[in-house]
Design a protein around this ligand. Structure first.
Ligand SMILES: [Zn+2]
Length: 431
């Protein structure tokens, strides 16, 4: 279902005219109200969307340096809410919303959820964390905007999730992909069947995931799995989401203007070229974001989608530019390892990359669990069993071919790789 037929199917010329008008208003707003933007942008003239490429980038470090309110464009009395991203490097980055900003967030979130099959009257089980993290409240508000009822289960407490999913029988649920798989696996261990939960759709995000993970989730829950993308600096989840075609994520580009740039040079890249996603907010008032470097690696297309929406689409995010691993001069993303491993039915989506940088030449060891059916055929997990040795060899050969790097691969016993109740930790660095 297309929630906002007008906004989501605007023709190219009308869309670009609207984007330009909103971009100019955003720049004027930011220059008038935020010293940081005034110093960088005063006197800049933007007459076309192409002129955007001449403006400086905004980085996450700019948010940290102006912590907590330095980039806000409204006085505190006009704020309706604050969120913050986890401060892995010290202080968190704080973002703010006016009541209108919250309205925009609800609207774009509702569009993405409607595209994934959410309907008024549905019950949604929300397993994203509530709190400073935008996941929980983002889905919550979008669902209420659509006229759904929400079970605000939040993250953690696997047993309570399973109890609610079985007894309350929601139409759909949302979670990080790794937590969703953990729920399925735990339910099966208890003798339950995640396929019998009666779910019509699942919406996943907050960590990079692959087509292989999608297949695993859809098999586990017997319902389609949709990717929803967002980040707190821009608004939260709902910046982009998949439609039923599941051929890229539709960007709400009447509110967020996407560009793809070369992560090293900052040069704007054309359609279909892989690079870093840069977003400019077009309607946000509390904290306008101009050319924000998301760090997320993807591609952008303006090609029409068969669902009828005319908005730009981004490909599934491959990873964050700072998640890229460089080992023995070879660059790759953890998601490429996942894609290769999950193309094999005999492996399950529980894996970890152990990077050892203690010697001059870094080493990569991949640990992955074989599928329970394979272990059962071998009469239990024994790494010396010929079937498992052969499987390990094959998986390693595929990985070496896919990333072009000598790796070690170890099949590990079921339940050995740590499970996550939030975002999965895929890479462990040993220094
Ligand atoms: Zn579509």
């Amino acid at each position: 279902m297309i929630l906002d037929l007008r906004a989501e199917t605007l023709d190219r010329a009308a869309r670009e005219a609207l984007q330009l008008e909103r971009l100019q208003a955003t720049l004027a707003w930011a220059v008038a109200r935020v010293a940081f933007h005034r110093e960088r942008l005063q006197g800049t003239v933007v007459k076309t969307l192409g002129d955007l490429a001449r403006l400086p980038f905004l980085h996450k470090r700019d948010l940290r340096e102006h912590y907590p309110f330095g980039l806000f464009a409204v006085p505190r009395v006009e704020l309706a809410r604050l969120h913050a991203s986890s401060g892995t490097k010290g202080k968190p980055t704080v973002v703010g919303y006016t009541p209108d900003d919250l309205g925009v967030w609800r609207e774009v979130m509702a569009r993405a959820m409607a595209a994934a099959g959410c309907r008024a009257g549905d019950l949604l089980h929300n397993a994203f964390g509530y709190g400073l993290f935008t996941g929980g409240l983002g889905f919550h508000d979008g669902a209420e905007r659509l006229g759904m009822a929400v079970v605000p289960a939040s993250s953690g407490n696997t047993a309570r999730h399973l109890l609610l999913l079985q007894d309350v029988r929601p139409a759909g649920f949302c979670a990080t992909p790794s937590f969703a798989l953990h729920l399925a696996e735990t339910l099966e261990e208890q003798g339950g069947d995640p396929r019998a939960l009666g779910l019509r759709y699942g919406m996943f995000g907050a960590e990079p995931w692959t087509e292989g993970m999608r297949t695993a989730l859809e098999r586990a829950f017997d319902c389609p799995a949709y990717d929803i993308y967002g980040l707190s600096e821009i608004i939260g989840p709902g910046v982009a989401g998949e439609c039923e075609a599941r051929d890229g994520l539709h960007v709400a580009d009447d509110h967020f203007l996407p560009e793809i740039v070369d992560p090293d040079t900052g040069a704007v890249l054309g359609p279909g070229r892989e690079g870093e996603l840069v977003l400019t907010s077009l309607t946000k008032r509390a904290m306008p974001m101009i050319r924000y470097r998301t760090g997320d690696i993807t591609t952008l297309t303006e090609a029409p989608c068969r669902c009828g929406r005319t908005t730009a689409r981004i490909a599934r995010v491959k990873g964050r530019s700072d998640d890229m691993l460089i080992i023995k001069g070879v660059n790759f993303y953890p998601s490429e390892v996942e894609a290769t491993l999950l193309a094999m039915d005999e492996l399950v989506p529980h894996y970890q990359l152990l990077v050892d940088r203690s010697s001059t030449l870094a080493r990569l060891e991949v640990q992955v669990e074989p599928a329970p059916a394979v272990v059962a055929r071998c009469g239990g997990f024994d790494p010396r069993h010929p079937t498992l040795i052969e499987l390990g060899r094959r998986a390693r050969a595929r990985l070496v071919q896919a990333i072009g790097l000598t790796v070690e691969l170890q099949l590990v016993a079921p339940r050995t790789v740590p499970r996550s109740e939030g975002k999965a930790v895929r890479v462990v660095e040993k220094r």
